[in-house]
Design a binder for this molecule. Structure first.
Ligand SMILES: C[S@@+](CC[C@H](N)C(=O)[O-])C[C@H]1O[C@@H](n2cnc3c(N)ncnc32)[C@H](O)[C@@H]1O
Length: 224
C-alpha cells in the first residue's frame, strides 16, 4: 500500500524509481572504452583498407614508392621530352611532382584516396599544383590516348595486358617508361640502371601495332 504525502503525491512519485548504485560507474567506463575501441577500429579500417584493396584485385599492385635511383632514371628518360605525362598508379605522387617540376603537365591516376589527397597536398607544398593533378581512378578504366609520356611502376602479371591497352590507345610520338618490371612483349629503346632500379623506355616502334607492310599502326586521334 502506498502512503499519501501532502498534496496527494505518492512515495513512488516523490522518490526516483532507481537510485544509482556504485555498480553503474564501471558500466559507464565500459561503454566509453567500447566506444573508443570501436571508433579506433573503424578509423583503422578506413585508413588501411585502401592500401590493402589494390593487393586483392585481379592485378595485385600494392603501394611501393619509386626509389631515388628509379626517379633519377625516369627523369633521364624524359630528357628532351615535353608536354603531357601520366603516372599510372601514382602512389604518393613523387613521379608526377618531379615531372611537374621539370615542366611537364603531369597527371597521376591512383586508386587509393589517401595517397591522392597526400599527393595533392605535397604538390601544393612544392608549389607545382597547377601542373601536377591527381585523380582517384582505376587505371584499367582510364583512356591514356592524350598522354605523350607514360610512366608505370607495375608488377609482372599486369604488364602484358597493360601493354596491349597502351598499344591500342597511345599516339605515335608517345614514350612509355617502365620501372622495375619491363613489358614482356616489347623491346625497349633505352634501358637504364640494374636490378630493382632498372628503368626501360619504349617508343612507338615498340608498342605500335605492326601492320602487314611493316609500318606501325597507331590507334586514336592525334591532338594538337
Ligand atoms: C608500385 S606503386 C607505384 C607508385 C608510384 N608510381 C611510384 O613509382 O612511386 C603502384 C600504385 O598503384 C596503385 N594502384 C593499384 N591498383 C590500381 C588501379 N587499379 N588503378 C589505379 N592505381 C592502382 C597502388 O595503390 C599504388 O599506389
Amino acid at each position: 500500500m502506498s502512503k499519501t504525502l501532502p498534496g496527494s503525491c505518492t512515495v513512488e512519485d516523490a522518490l526516483p524509481l532507481a537510485i544509482p548504485d556504485r555498480g553503474s560507474k564501471p558500466r559507464n567506463w565500459g561503454l566509453l572504452l567500447t566506444s573508443v575501441i570501436g571508433g579506433s577500429l573503424v578509423a583503422l579500417y578506413a585508413v588501411t583498407t585502401p592500401f590493402i584493396a589494390p593487393a586483392l584485385r585481379k592485378h595485385c599492385l600494392p603501394f611501393v614508392p619509386a626509389t631515388s635511383k628509379q626517379m633519377e632514371y625516369v627523369l633521364k628518360m624524359l630528357k628532351g621530352r615535353h608536354g603531357s605525362l601520366v603516372d599510372v598508379g601514382s602512389g604518393d605522387g613523387r613521379i608526377v611532382i618531379a615531372a611537374a617540376k621539370v615542366g611537364f603537365r603531369a597527371v597521376g591516376y591512383e586508386l587509393n584516396p589517401w595517397l591522392v589527397w597526400y599527393s595533392r597536398y605535397q604538390a601544393m607544398r612544392e608549389g607545382v599544383h597547377q601542373n601536377a593533378k591527381f585523380y582517384i581512378s582505376d587505371l584499367w578504366k582510364v583512356n591514356f590516348s592524350q598522354y605523350k609520356n607514360v610512366v608505370i611502376f607495375g608488377v609482372p602479371q599486369m604488364m602484358l595486358p597493360l601493354g596491349e591497352k597502351l598499344g591500342e590507345e597511345l599516339q605515335q610520338d608517345a614514350r612509355v617508361i617502365a620501372c622495375r618490371f619491363p613489358f614482356p612483349h616489347w623491346s625497349p629503346t633505352h634501358t637504364f640502371g640494374e636490378g630493382m632500379d632498372t628503368v626501360w623506355a619504349y617508343d612507338s616502334e615498340s608498342f605500335g601495332r605492326k601492320k602487314g607492310n611493316g609500318s606501325v599502326e597507331i590507334s586514336g586521334v592525334l591532338p594538337d
